[in-house]
Design a binder for this molecule. Structure first.
Ligand SMILES: Nc1ncnc2c1ncn2[C@@H]1O[C@H](COP(=O)(O)OP(=O)(O)OP(=O)(O)O)[C@@H](O)[C@H]1O
Length: 240
């Protein structure tokens, strides 16, 4: 099977600091790939480079084409969307207006169709469609950030720590929605510090440490790997 998105030998530097070093990974069609790792491992930098927001060296192939030199806006148009860690919403605009921004330059009827799709996935956003985004709860903000990215109709959705700062029950709902998206055919690249939750829904997983991928494999195998259990799942050695 050819991957929908594949990264080969990607490196990204901030001045003399190499935050991402020779990273290779793939997102298969209709699958969830996850990148887990501690603070500062380079996960956000990796997503920014894939999105075209930071320059890097190496290959980025999407849907059979090399997109390493394609501008970010064009990458969105081709089907890659990023839900950033900060969720980046416009607080004084309504939920609906924020969503509409995600379908920038689309016609009215197309926007209406896409809004219906997002509201079907997140009924909570429909109830709050006229409410200012700045007044939403943390979980609702995450739903809105995901909804806005989905308004671009991506074939690959990249999520940067969607669980950050959210209560466990909300994390469960958000990740359940990510699984539903996969079932609808959206391919997902999920970056998470919450390794347990990410490995539970992902198909394939990569571990990033100090800018490098140090371990990879089927998510179920990594979840059972004692090295992962000890460092990322908080399971004491011998207790797994
Ligand atoms: N704008 C920047 N300028 C210089 N160094 C940066 C910049 N952004 C990130 N870094 C450094 O690059 C490394 C990787 O950071 P990055 O944010 O990609 O990690 P992360 O795995 O996403 O961490 P977190 O989970 O905390 O978001 C860190 O050492 C960080 O200090």
């Amino acid at each position: 099977m050819t991957a929908l998105l594949s990264i080969d030998g990607l490196s990204v530097s901030y001045g003399r600091v190499e935050a991402v070093r020779n990273v290779s990974l793939a997102v298969e069609r209709g699958r969830i790939a996850t990148v887990i790792g501690a603070n500062g491992a380079g996960k956000t930098t990796l997503l920014a480079a894939i999105m075209g927001l930071l320059p890097g060296s190496g290959e980025i192939n999407f849907d059979g084409e090399d997109i390493a030199r394609v501008p970010a806006e064009e990458r969105v148009a081709r089907g890659i969307s990023l839900v950033p860690e900060q969720r980046d919403l416009f607080g004084t605009m309504s939920v609906e207006e924020n969503l509409e921004l995600g379908a920038f330059r689309r016609g009215r009827s197309e926007i209406a169709d896409r809004l219906d799709g997002v509201f079907a996935l997140f009924p909570r956003l429909k109830e709050r469609r006229r409410q200012d985004a700045g007044t939403l709860s943390g979980g609702e903000r995450q739903m809105l950030a995901m909804g806005r990215a989905l308004m671009a109709k991506p074939s690959v959705l990249m999520l940067d720590e969607p669980s950050l700062g959210l209560a466990p029950l909300i994390v469960r709902d958000i990740l359940r929605t990510v699984s539903e998206l996969r079932d609808k055919g959206v391919s997902v690249l999920l970056v998470e510090q919450n390794a347990r939750a990410a490995l539970a829904i992902a198909d394939h997983a990569y571990v990033m440490e100090l800018g490098e991928v140090t371990l990879q494999g089927p998510a179920s195998e990594l979840a059972a790997d004692p090295r992962i259990a000890e460092v990322y799942l908080g399971v004491a050695h011998g207790a797994a």
